[in-house]
Design a binder for this molecule. Sequence first.
Ligand code: IMP
Ligand code: MG
Length: 182
Amino acid sequence: MSFTPERYQINNLNFIPFISKNEVDNAILEISKQINFDYKNSTPVFLITLKGAVFFAVKLLENINLNCEIHVISAKSYGSQLESSGDVMIKAEELNLQNRDVIIIEDIIDTGYTMEKVLSVIQKTSPRSVAIASLLAKPEKACVDIKIDYLGFNIPAQFVIGSGLDFDEKGRNLSGIYILEE
Ligand code: IMP
Ligand code: MG
């Protein structure tokens, strides 16, 4: 079963289907396969950024066949706005990533400020390597240069919801990606 209305409204904003659940699932499966290959000699630590990346993370991790660990980190930037505030709050459990191969699982990289902050927190724990897996990226909006090692889709500079992404905490449970109707 999946939740795929033809139009989804939040506070007078209309969202319409943009990337289907099938396309999302296929892209995630390809990322899983690539990570299985790239890390076959490692025991990586997956770090899920809450909350948006949870859906992506579950689908990705279902197909990971490596010995691995899974941790979460909370990075919050948006509130109920459509534009990134640049203000990022990070909350992490005690992270011991010394000499570990870390793979950050993120929902979307927009300006890149959130990922920059997450990376700086992780780097302090002296990991052996850090890679980024992001379901989506908006290259036209990038303000900092972030290397995305595993990417689902580049999308235009428009607000999207679904597959874990929200507007004002709503829309995460939509299947596939929905885009704000102009
Ligand atoms: P950045 O710091 O501008 O790169 O923003 C990254 C964070 O903002 C992401 O982890 C999301 O939580 C949120 N975000 C950015 N763009 C969107 C969007 O189009 N829809 C929903 N959330 C978004
Ligand atoms: Mg996020």
